[in-house]
Design a protein around this ligand. Sequence first.
Ligand code: FES
Length: 286
Amino acid sequence: MQPFDSLDKLENAAELDQLAKPIREFLNKKIQPQSLRDALHGVWLGHPLHPVLVQVPVGAWLSAGVLDLVPKTGPATSVLIGTGLAAAGPATITGWTDWSELNTAESRLGVVHALANYAAVGLYGASLWARLRGRRMRGKALAYAGLAIVSGSGVLGGHLSFRRAVGANHTADVPDLLPSGWTSVGRLDDLPDGGLTCVDVGPVPVLLHREGDLVRAIVDRCSHLSGPLHEGELVQAGGETCVSCPWHGSTFRLRDGSVVHGPATAPQPVLDTRVVDDDVEVRLRG
Ligand code: FES
């Protein structure tokens, strides 16, 4: 039994779905248009935005906790707590946007993570109010309670990132797994013109799309949460052919694997292709 094994129970707590479902429906309706969702996911940054933004409230509140141990620090602690409260808004909206496109187990953990953060925000708000009214000891007690909760919530966030790989690039291992050099993946005539096909190149599933004599290839495992791209749809964006993931709708250009729409923020690895005597060969683009 390891200390964080109890979190597995949260992942399996189906009762949390009753809470998660209406929240997800509300968020998917309210956080629109898609360009706003993309911005909040961090598509423009090429990295999830939420973990960047949470540094501010967590850092400010932790610093406030240290300052509260030092006598005569004046209003500095209140300024830090207020900074954390102001920064909690952007961190929250990016977190909910990411959460609204998670799979079931991750969304159960995520909803508990979010509720704990709301509790911490409430305690820090009450702490600031108490300090402004001159009730410093009460303000300290409330802030330390908030710090304990936000620390526990941080453990949940870490579990989501490092055990469940939320926010991680699910194609990061591809360069280590693909065979080096050109690999044959079948005959050109066997590929459906205009369709999507999945072939295994070593242990890596690769998506092929043929348009006449042109074959495009990207890794089939979606960088967001490993959805099978060959089961998705071909769409046009900016005059280019793209594939949309069947799980949460991330959209990638087939030409270069770049992200058109999130929730994915990492591009799909692309493979160069060539046709030799009607044989299609692929190789990881360097
Ligand atoms: S797995 Fe989530 S968008 Fe592809």
